[in-house]
Design a binder for this molecule. Structure first.
Ligand SMILES: [Zn+2]
Length: 251
């Protein structure tokens, strides 16, 4: 079995993150990509890779303060994400504005994402891992699944009339339990990521920010295959692994 998985890996040619010109990051809420791959985004943007964010929901449910729930919070979070994106060097922000914790479907999001993939033509699409064993947040599950389906099916006119000759070479998952890619980052990229996360003031007070920074720093050390190196872990797969290939979680 080990040999078979090894051969499959060779056949699938897992791509390198810096080898792309355009990257699309699809996140459930404003802040998710900054938290889970902000340092990688800062580094790739420095290297000249063009980075687009798609935020699926409006973030309007992310508070315990009832007077803020809804449009008021959505506006605040949009501004926070804009500031954070500027720090990381994200080139463009796209908003799908589905209601945070709302009654929208995977199919509705998938349709929008197929249109965006055909228009922007990214070589790699990142999203949250919908297969993470203990993830329960409905927006995260729907975001990850609709993105994975869009990356698998974006050429088919049945889902959105028309087609494309563009080739998406890879999908990357963050918040994954099955990482196969450990992207090396420097302290300066981690610092930028923390600066970006700090913009999401509606989500974090000073104490929770410090706890999050501690967790993320330790995580970037712990996942590194090399002592002293910092990384962000991802699951990167070619789109063909998203259908029928039951060994994909091992690749
Ligand atoms: Zn989220």
């Amino acid at each position: 079995m080990k040999q078979f998985v090894h051969e499959l890996k060779g056949m699938m040619k897992l791509p390198k993150l810096d080898s792309f010109g355009k990257m699309l990051c699809v996140q459930p809420h404003p802040d998710d990509a900054d938290i889970s791959m902000g340092a990688t985004i800062a580094k790739l943007s420095q290297k000249g890779i063009r980075i687009y964010y798609v935020t699926v929901t409006d973030g309007s449910a992310g508070t315990r303060d009832e007077s803020l729930v809804g449009k008021r919070l959505a506006e605040i979070r949009k501004r926070e994400q804009e500031k954070a994106a500027e720090i990381l060097g994200v080139h463009e922000l796209l908003w799908l504005e589905f209601e945070d914790l709302g009654d929208y479907s995977i199919e509705q999001v998938r349709e929008k994402l197929i249109q965006i993939i055909r228009k922007i033509e990214p070589e790699i699409v990142f999203t949250v891992d919908p297969f993470a064993p203990y993830e329960v947040h409905p927006d995260h599950l729907k975001c990850g699944m609709s993105t994975a389906q869009a990356v698998s099916l974006y050429r088919l006119p049945k889902l959105v009339p028309g087609t494309t000759n563009h080739n998406v070479a890879a999908i990357g998952f963050f918040n994954t339990a099955f990482p196969n890619t450990f992207y090396p980052i420097e302290q300066e990229h981690l610092n930028k990521k923390f600066q970006a996360i700090s913009q999401h003031r509606s989500q974090f007070d000073e104490t929770s920010l410090q706890t999050l920074f501690f967790y993320l720093t330790e995580k970037s050390r712990a996942y590194s295959p090399m002592e002293g190196q910092l990384v962000e872990p991802f699951k990167v797969l070619p789109p063909m692994a998203l259908h029928v290939v039951s060994e994909a979680y091992m690749l």
